[in-house]
Write a protein that binds this ligand. Structure first.
Ligand code: C5P
Length: 295
């Protein structure tokens, strides 16, 4: 048994997120634009092994519920094989920040394992496995920019906007963040999806991002749960990031910039102001993950 693949799992941003309503299956219908970015990305190395195992640099994330580990088990079961894989995972994407790290790791694990195990699993079948792992996982199989609808798994690729992003990821831990914030939504937080669809139409027509359309349905419940986080948009504006928005269910915030130099300057100003309570970086739109053989 031999072979080893390496893959860089990118973070994502939500460029607007509207919740349209609650579904009969307990999930919510949403309309959002997803964009893979770099930096940061997680580093995955997958080598042939007799069983499925994970070595990760953050011991708190190394349990059996790790989504990348689950992805390997699901694909192995689906393909009816007994070959294993040893996954080495180095985390660089802030954890549970709204930047999609766990979902991206899972999608990258699926892509790398399909290559390592030499499977002929079609993309659509891989996407179905990804959708069972989590609503954001199918997007990371393609990456780039996409309009996501339904539970988040109905994807329409879009051109990436010609901007860079200043991202502020506060060191804030919110227990069971995603289910808690979905459960905290009320019908006043719902909207038609028109703002995000208008943004998607702009990108399709080759126009740049309209920052006034970066709405996020989680703003009210997030700031109600954690009033300290409600200060972030004002702090970002004071530093020169005029259109801050939440990514995912937060707590990361993002602001787009046409001029990369200006973005760097604003990031430096923000690091001086809140660098002790948040990670701040400048990110570019990036393509989706691609496994490459290293041995
Ligand atoms: O799909 P995923 O496992 O990431 O979702 C985690 C939780 O977030 C779900 O159990 C559900 O409570 C909520 N969710 C939702 N509607 C979505 C996506 C997630 O209600 N479209």
């Amino acid at each position: 048994m031999s072979g080893c693949f390496r893959i860089a799992a990118p973070a994502k941003l939500n460029l607007g997120l509207e919740i349209v309503g609650k579904r009969a299956d307990g999930y919510h219908d949403l309309v959002t634009i997803l964009q893979t970015i770099a930096p940061p990305d997680d580093d995955l190395e997958l080598a042939a092994a007799t069983d499925v195992r994970l070595r990760i640099d953050d011991p708190e994330l190394g349990g059996p519920d790790n989504l990348a580990l689950q992805a390997l088990h699901r694909l192995r079961t689906d393909a009816r094989i007994t070959t294993g894989a040893a996954l080495r995972l180095t985390k660089r994407i802030p954890i549970a920040a709204g930047l999609g790290g766990a979902s991206s790791d899972a999608a990258s694990a699926l892509l790398a394992a399909r290559a390592l195990w030499n499977l002929d699993t079609p993309d659509a079948r891989l996407a179905a496995i990804a959708g069972r792992l989590g609503s954001d996982v199918p997007f990371f199989l393609i990456g780039g920019a996409a309009l996501a609808e339904g539970r988040g798994t109905e994807l329409t690729p879009l051109p990436s906007p010609p901007v860079v992003f200043v991202v502020v990821a506060p060191h804030a831990t919110i227990p069971r963040k995603t289910p808690t914030l979905y459960a905290a939504l009320d019908s006043a937080d719902y909207s038609s999806g028109a703002a995000v669809r208008e943004q998607a139409a702009r990108l399709c027509a080759g126009n740049s991002l309209d920052p006034t359309l970066l709405v996020n349905a989680f703003a009210r419940p997030l700031y109600a749960l954690r009033p300290d986080l409600a200060e972030i948009p004002a702090i970002m504006r004071r530093a020169g990031a005029m259109h801050p928005a939440i990514s995912g269910a937060g707590p990361a915030h993002v602001a787009p910039f046409i001029d990369p130099e200006r973005a760097k300057w604003v990031a430096t100003t923000l690091r001086a102001a809140v660098g002790h309570v948040a990670r701040i970086f400048v990110a570019h739109p990036a393509p989706g993950a691609q496994p490459r053989r290293i041995r």
